[in-house]
Ligand binder design. Structure first.
Ligand SMILES: [Zn+2]
Length: 158
């Protein structure tokens, strides 16, 4: 979210009985300011912003560049999906009800599947890579949570 959305984010977490200090991982799919503006609210977390992993001033190398996944636990994995930026990642969640992909701006919203101008005009550092990774996620996921829209089912696009 943006730097002006802190109150909204805190309220949403409190509604789920969660405080900012309880958060272990903050995963930002890419480094654009509308996605990282509230990261400062989580001082105890490990922060993953695109391909960059850090905690306070310590940085940890992970080879996303070669396609290597980063496993948080049995249910949550982070995979590289460059395109929108060259360091975009997607969070893959294996829930009991199917596979959910939190993609950031790899997909802007469901409409961009029928109108490619939507995701292209949001900016793409590599349209070729973005097309490739969009197809990969469509095959892999049952549900997609895009960067700027509601969650949608992928079955009708396979
Ligand atoms: Zn973006």
């Amino acid at each position: 979210m943006t730097a002006w959305d802190g109150d909204k984010l805190i309220t949403a977490l409190v509604d789920h009985g969660i405080n900012c200090e309880d958060i272990n991982y903050v995963i930002s799919t890419h480094g654009h300011s509308d996605h990282i503006g509230c990261n400062y609210l989580f001082p105890k977390a490990t922060h993953i912003v695109g391909f960059c992993i850090s905690q306070k001033d310590r940085y940890f190398h992970h080879d996303f560049k070669s396609g290597k996944e980063y496993r948080i636990n049995d249910k949550i994995t982070i995979i590289p999906t460059p395109g929108h930026t060259l360091q975009d990642v997607t969070v893959i969640i294996n829930s009991g009800k199917g596979t959910i992909a939190i993609t950031g701006d790899l997909f802007e919203r469901e409409d961009d599947l029928s109108n490619c101008n939507i995701w292209k005009s949001a900016g793409s550092d590599s349209e070729e890579l973005q097309v490739m990774n969009r197809l990969k996620i469509l095959q892999l996921a049952d549900y997609i949570i895009p960067g700027h829209g509601a969650m949608f089912k992928t079955d009708k696009y396979k």
